[in-house]
Write a protein that binds this ligand. Sequence first.
Ligand code: F6R
Length: 617
Amino acid sequence: MCGIVGYTGFQEAYSVVVNGLKRLEYRGYDSAGVVLEVPESGFYIAKTKGKVADLVSISQSFEGKARIGMGHTRWATHGVPSDKNAHPHLSNNGKISIVHNGIIENYDTIKKILTDKGYTFGSETDTEVLVNFIQYFMDTDPALDFSEAVRYALNEVYGAYAIAVMHRDFHGELVVARLGSPLAIGLGEKEYFIASDASPFVEFTKEAIYLEEGHMATISLDKGVDIRTIKGNERITPAIQELKLSLEEIEKGGYEHFMLKEIFEQPKSIHDTLRGRVLVDEGIIKMAGIWDHLERFSKADRIIIIACGTSWHAGLTGEYLIEEYARIPVEVEYASEFRYRNPIITERDVVIAISQSGETADTMAAIKLAKEKGAFIYGICNVVDSSIARISDAGSYTHAGPEIGVASTKAFTAQLTILSLIALKLGKHNGNLGNAEFMKLISELETLPKKIEEVLETTHGSIKEMSKNFLEVSNFLYLGRGYNFPTALEGALKLKEISYIHAEGYPAAEMKHGPIALIDENMPIVIIAPQKGHYDKIVSNVQEIKARKGKVISVVNYADSRVSKMSDYTIEIPDSSECFSPILASVPLQLMAYYIAVYRGANVDQPRNLAKSVTVE
Ligand code: F6R
C-alpha cells in the first residue's frame, strides 16, 4: 500500500524518482507526487490524483539540476484520492517534506494539539499531521537536529509506517524510518536510493540494506547511512545484502500485462518452488524449514493456517492436503478475524501463515498474537526477507519470483506446491503415508511444470476466444468439490477483482441450498470437475444446472465424457492425482479472468481500489 522512492546522488533525481515510482505503482495508484530540492529555489513539489503517467504530464525535471528528491504513489487511507491529499506533504513553514506509507492511528489527537497551537492543515491526511509534528519539535527547540526531531515525533505516534523526510535547511539529507511497512536502501557509488522494495534501483546497484522494524536512517552523500533505533537512539551496524533481483524479472518482457506474463511463468515458478526440495532418486522431500522442525509439527495438536485473500484460498487447499496425508487436524482462519476474536491458541499449536508479500498487516498481527500464546509459527512467503518471513520461527519461501500484477497468480500455485510438500513430508514422517504412495506423489509433483506448460499451450487460444462471450454478463458462479472447492473460490476472486463482474465460489453441493435460485439462461457457471474425487456427484450437479438452463463452462480432464457433453464450453486439463488438480485447474481460470477483464477494458494489472501489498488493516 503506497510506494515510496527517494534518491540522493549525481543523477537527475527526477528521472530516478519517477521511473522508480512506475515500478512501485503496483503498491497503490490513486495519486502520485514528487518533491525535488532545486538549488537556490528550495522545494519543487508536483502531485496529482491519478497515475504516475499523470504526474509526468504535470511535472518538470529541472534538467539535471536537482540531485535529491522523493516520490510517492498512493493507495488512499485517510482522505479520498485527490490532488490535495496526494503526497508529498509539506510542513506549515514549508521546510519539511514527507512521503508516507501506512497509517498514523493517533493522528487526530496530535492534530488537535497542533491545531490548538496554531498549525493549519490543507489535507485530510494523517501524513500532513506527522510532518507538522516534526516541525513542532523543531519549533520548540530550534537547536534540535532534523533527524532527532523526526525521531521525537515517531516516538509519540502509534500505527504502521514507512516514511521518508527531507528538510530544506539540511541539504542533501534523507531521513527514513520503518515500523510495519518495508523500506530498502540501495547503496550505489556516490549515490543512495530508498524505496519500498528494491525494484526502483536494481539497475543501479546490487547492494541494499533492508531497514529493520523500529529503525530509522539518516542518509547523505557526506555521512553515508547512519542507522539508529527509533526508541533508544542506539546506533546499528547494518547488514548489507546482495540483491538477487534481476531487471528482467520486474519488466513485462513482451507481454501486454504483468498478469499475463506471470500466468505464463508458472511452469518455471513451480519448477523453482520444487527445485532442490524433491529428490525423487533419494525418495525424500528436503525442505530445511520442515526438516528441522518435524517433531514440532508431528506433536502438534492441530495446525492453524492464517492468511488473507488468495493466500487464504491456498490455505483451504492446504487443509485438504494436510488432513488427507498427514492426518493432523487443520483449521483455516482469515487473519483479520482470528486476530480479533480471542482465539484459543496453545503452545502445542503450529500456525502456518501464508502471504505472498510477507507484509499483510492482518496476517502480521495474527502471527504476533499466536506467538505471544506460544504457538510455533511457520511462514510461507514469496518475498524474501519480508516482515512475515522474519517474524516466523521457521518457514519456506515459495520462490515464485516477483509478482507485480495485483491479482495473484503464480504466487498462488507456488503456495499450493509448498503446501503439497509440507503435507507429503509430514505424512511420510508420521507414517500415515506409505512409501509407495509417497514416491508416486513426489514423482508426480515433478511433472507439474510440464503439465502446466501443456495447459497454457492447449487452452490459451480457446479461452481467449471463449471469453468474448461473457463481456456483458453481470454474475458468475464457480463450483467445485473437495480439493477444488477452494479452486472455485479463487477462480471467482480472480474474475471479480480484475473484471468487476460479480462472481461467487461455492462447494458444488451447496448450490441447492441457495445459489440455485440465481440460475437461468443468463448465468454462466464454471464447474471444476476433474475425474478424480467426487466426479459422479459433480455430474449430478451439472444436470441440475442444465435443467435450469444455466450456461456451463467446465474444467475437465482429457478423458472426460460426461460433464463435457453437458457443457456449453469445455476446458481440458491433463489428468493428475486429485490433490494436485487445483494447481492445474487454476491456470485456465486465471486466463479466463484475464481475458474477460481485458476485453471489458479494465486495467488488469492495477484493478480499481486494490493494491498489491495490504500493509494497513
Ligand atoms: C488477490 C490477492 C489478494 C492477496 C491478499 C493477501 O489476487 O492478491 O487477495 O492474496 O491481499 O496478500 P498476501 O498474500 O501478500 O498476504
